[in-house]
Design a protein around this ligand. Structure first.
Ligand SMILES: Cc1cc2nc3c(=O)[nH]c(=O)nc-3n(C[C@H](O)[C@H](O)[C@H](O)COP(=O)(O)OP(=O)(O)OC[C@H]3O[C@@H](n4cnc5c(N)ncnc54)[C@H](O)[C@@H]3O)c2cc1C
Length: 163
């Protein structure tokens, strides 16, 4: 068996014994089969069952839950869309950028809500984000992002601080 604890702090510090669940020994008939017990698979199973508890959902994982990126990441629950606000605005316009960014904000609150409601001890704390410019070349990117937040109607979400 793999030494799963050695893969990450999260796997090392969980109270689960990380023993892989028994494999399927026969064909099963389900409504939804999900491959992979990472965040994508587990959130999908969670919402499907919340909406329709009678659904038969099977999550089939090759190793253990959280074996992939979900169990090895920075643990940072962020509303930052990979493209950044300025690029969202440039590519998709104000309305789409606003809708996308707002949906991203909602995801953070949703993670908080579910951890609270389900009693998941994930040390969730919503504390905002600070981006630092490590030189003048980086400051321009922060200013551009700040301006983009204003332009898409979310000015309250970004504050420019000085040194
Ligand atoms: C180093 C690193 C740091 C990161 N930091 C952050 C962060 O701080 N904040 C953040 O929001 N995001 C972060 N991310 C991104 C985030 O972790 C991923 O976007 C997210 O975990 C992806 O989840 P997933 O369920 O799609 O994939 P995974 O977590 O990779 O899950 C896929 C699962 O599928 C299983 N699998 C694969 N093939 C099969 C198969 N054929 N049959 C059955 N099972 C299979 C795998 O074993 C795995 O468990 C980081 C990513 C990395 C790599």
């Amino acid at each position: 068996m793999s030494d799963y604890r050695g893969f990450s702090y999260w796997l090392d510090s969980t109270c689960d014994d990380l023993t892989p669940r028994p494999p399927l020994d026969t064909s099963v008939d389900v409504d939804v089969a999900i491959l992979g017990a990472g965040f994508t698979g587990l959130w999908t199973a969670y919402y499907l069952l919340r909406r329709q508890p009678s659904l038969r959902v099977a999550v089939v994982e090759r190793e253990i839950a959280g074996f992939g990126a979900s169990g090895r990441n920075g643990g940072w629950c962020t509303s930052n869309f990979t493209l950044g606000a300025s690029e969202l605005l440039r590519r998709f316009g104000r309305d789409q950028a606003h809708a996308t960014q707002t949906a991203m904000f909602d995801t953070v609150d949703e993670v908080g809500r579910v951890t609270r409601e389900e009693g998941i001890d994930a040390n969730f704390r919503k504390g905002g984000e600070i981006y630092l410019a490590r030189g003048p070349q980086h400051l321009a990117a922060l200013q551009s992002s700040h301006k983009a937040f204003e332009e898409i109607g979310l000015s309250g979400y970004s504050v420019l601080l000085d040194a």
